[in-house]
Design a protein around this ligand. Structure first.
Ligand code: SF4
Length: 146
């Protein structure tokens, strides 16, 4: 009878400035032990980081007819880490049209994740700008605020 080896992965807890060094032992992907945490928050973080790591995503998107050329946006909650670059590429390619309100959803259900991307500031329409000057078919920001 063969026994699957225990694989140990280490993480640095970001839950507070103490930065505890967390160790997760897993056998064939199943967690068997977590060590190094000083509180339950750290244990939860280690489990999440090992099984389903996520990251908040903040970037900017092109906005047409606004008072500035770029609109800052972020994911409404942490996004699956493996999909972050694909999301960033999609956001780099998209355009919204002013006006946009802070908290307004600019991309809903990003990549089918169930997570929205929202504006982190309001941007008024520039009365002298002409939406669509750059050509193409800009995606209009939705009017629902979160
Ligand atoms: S395990 Fe708890 S005490 Fe240690 S860094 Fe994380 S949150 Fe802070």
């Amino acid at each position: 009878m063969t026994t699957a080896p225990v694989e140990t992965t280490t993480y640095l807890c970001t839950g507070c400035p103490l930065g505890c060094r967390l160790e997760v032992d897993a056998v064939e992907g199943d967690i068997v032990e977590i060590r190094g945490f000083d509180c339950r928050k750290g244990e939860r973080y280690a489990r999440q980081e090992h099984l389903d790591p996520r990251r908040p995503v903040s970037t900017t998107v092109t906005i047409e007819a606004g008072t500035l050329p770029r609109l800052p946006v972020r994911t409404a909650e942490a996004f699956p880490k493996d999909e972050v670059m694909r999301l960033v590429r999609q956001l780099q390619a998209m355009r919204v049209v002013a006006p946009v309100a802070r908290g307004q959803v600019v991309l809903d259900d990003a990549l089918g994740s169930g997570i929205d991307v929202i504006a982190t500031r309001s941007m008024a329409a520039d009365p002298e700008a002409d939406a669509g000057d750059a050509g193409g078919d800009p995606q209009r920001a939705r009017s629902s605020a979160v």
